[in-house]
Ligand binder design. Sequence first.
Ligand code: SAM
Length: 357
Amino acid sequence: MSRLNILRDTPPVGPAFAAFHPVQTEDSRPTRLIDAFGRRLTYLRVSVTDRCNLRCTYCLPEDADFPFGDRDFLSPQEIETIVGALVRLGIRRVRLTGGEPLVRKDLLEIVRRVKALPGLENLALSTNGTELARMAPALKAAGVDRVNVSVDSLDPQRFREITRRGDLEEVWRGVEAALAAGLDPVKLNAVLLQANQEDVERLAALTLGQPLHVRFIEMMPTAVNEHLQPGAFVSADDARARLEKRFGPLIPTEVGPRTGPAKAFRFRDAVGTVGFITPLSHTFCADCNRVRLTSRGELRLCLFADRVHPLRPLLAAPDPDAALESEILRVVQEKPEEHHLTQGNYGNLVSFMQIGG
Ligand code: SAM
């Protein structure tokens, strides 16, 4: 029986989690990156390319054309210098994303350079998983700690329809390779759509018996997915209610300040966790600890901000490190207090592939 057939069966019940207690979170790590609203910025998402080998309906148009070539994207050395300045100032966790990071041939060099930055505590990768079966051991060896794989459906046909060209078997081999390579945690990201409602329970059921962590993400409106709006939107509250009806109460895994946008829970006796990322129904702007670096070297302080701050030109300054640090310290004060997505304002964002989700 193939792996996917196993996934289709009734989920196994996980080992007893007898002494499970929620973890107390705290974010007291020193950082000089404190914005005008007192938010401590310790998390950076780096888009290493705009290109992607899939065309997910909510993310890219079917005939997506990528205007920029490899030379337009930051080189591994440029990424090291810019991320290095951010880490010196207080960034502690970095996620490499895209586009699809694994389409970059020099990704392992980027990983090695970023991982070597003193002060960095954790290096994560977001991927669609298409190249993960082949790359997982090398990514782990180069320094990736954790991985998020986008899996919007566990049905091969639906998976292909949502991604427009993805092969679920191939991606699932990637998930297994990530677990085998010791990447920890391995999270599965699923955007909540009308099209994948049948998958919500099956995805969550994976967490009962396996060390997999499923994150359901509310679909954020962008210019690319206007054709899906508003009919495709499913709230995390709806998904959660369905899951609790089927599997019982979801128990919070953390108490204390949020350390990221996801609220994480666990079913009783489950091995993995289920989380919800709710940019629309429950905004998390007040706890936002993140900034983004685009593939062409601009700092984006809010996913939905109207403007970005070019950092690449500073690499030509007589003292690039000092120039970067002073510019970053200056512009973080411009981080907007909140986004206005719920009022239908998504700034100048066309698609997440521009800035890495
Ligand atoms: N290619 C990688 C991947 O598939 O994870 C990294 C880039 S992708 C843009 C990062 C995440 O953003 C994915 O989990 C994807 O599902 C999510 N995403 C893309 N567009 C989105 C949207 N409009 N709303 C919510 N999540 C979105």
